[in-house]
Design a protein. Structure first.
Length: 272
């Protein structure tokens, strides 16, 4: 086999740069800036420069280039930069490739109608859960997580449902890497407290976020598995504590677990 045949597809010929030096610095900076802008509701140039560590003149040139491609937008009135529609289009293309989102929608709709509360779908990333879809309740007071919202594993129903099906060493490693920030008085901010709760989740099949991320909000969740039996995300029902009481959460739990089981089957997954 000659050298041309050995070359990996998607790389130029004679590309042998070490992995750590293969990145393009300007592209790396631009993507860092885009991620910072996407994680906010609008930032000034100075805020972007300070957060990214990129000098303001350089950051401005990168922002205007991203703006030309529709990746970011500039509000002249408030002098703030925000994420652009082209970024959403590309994100939607990613989601189209994830059959989980499309196939879960009908189950989420049914779950919302049965419980009367908002149904959510989240996928597990390295350090958090990312909410990718939601079916809102018709109630005036309701939970809302816009697509792309991130939540720590230890402080979300879906996150804990995922952690419950990982081995203890991996859970501990995630806790060390991300920290266990206390968002409310009820957040499980120590590893022993979190581990005890995860054992209960495994036993009953579903998790509860009992005002652990946001006061006045309760969430019931269950994990979704891929074809290898690995937890890749979850489905949940969330609502205000005045409606989702502990007794009602206990009744919703089996419904959420069944919804997760159906979604797992629809994507060809299996629970270990």
């Amino acid at each position: 086999m000659d050298q041309a045949e050995k070359r990996q597809r998607g790389r130029p010929r004679a590309f042998n740069a070490p992995q750590e030096t293969a990145s393009v610095q300007s592209l790396d900076r631009a993507l860092r800036i885009l991620a910072i802008v996407a994680d906010s509701a609008g930032l000034s140039l100075s805020e972007i420069a300070n957060t990214s560590g990129v000098p303001a003149p350089t950051a401005y040139r990168m922002l205007t280039t991203l703006e030309a491609h529709g990746m970011v937008e500039f509000d002249k009135t408030n002098q703030l930069w925000s994420v652009g529609v082209e970024t959403y289009r590309m994100g939607s293309a990613f989601l189209r490739g994830r059959k989980l989102v499309d196939r879960a929608r009908i189950i989420m709709q049914d779950l919302m109608e049965k419980t009367g509360e908002t149904a959510n779908l989240g996928v597990a990333e390295d350090d958090c859960v990312v909410f990718v879809s939601q079916v809102e309740t018709h109630q005036a007071i309701r939970a809302f997580f816009r697509p792309g919202t991130r939540s720590p594993f230890h402080a979300s129903g879906i996150g804990k449902a995922v952690l419950a099906h990982l081995d203890g060493d991996r859970v501990a490693a995630i806790a060390r890497r991300t920290g266990l920030e206390a968002f409310t008085e009820k957040t499980l901010a120590t590893l022993p407290a979190l581990s005890h709760d995860l054992a209960g989740i495994r036993a009953r099949g579903w998790a509860i976020d009992d005002e652990e991320r946001n006061e006045g909000m309760r969430c019931v969740a269950a994990a979704i598995f891929n074809e290898f039996g690995e937890p890749v995300g979850g489905v949940s029902v969330s609502g205000p504590t005045v409606r989702v009481t502990p007794e009602r959460a206990a009744a919703i739990g089996p419904q959420v677990e069944e919804a997760a089981r159906q979604i797992t089957a629809m994507i060809g997954g299996r629970r270990r």
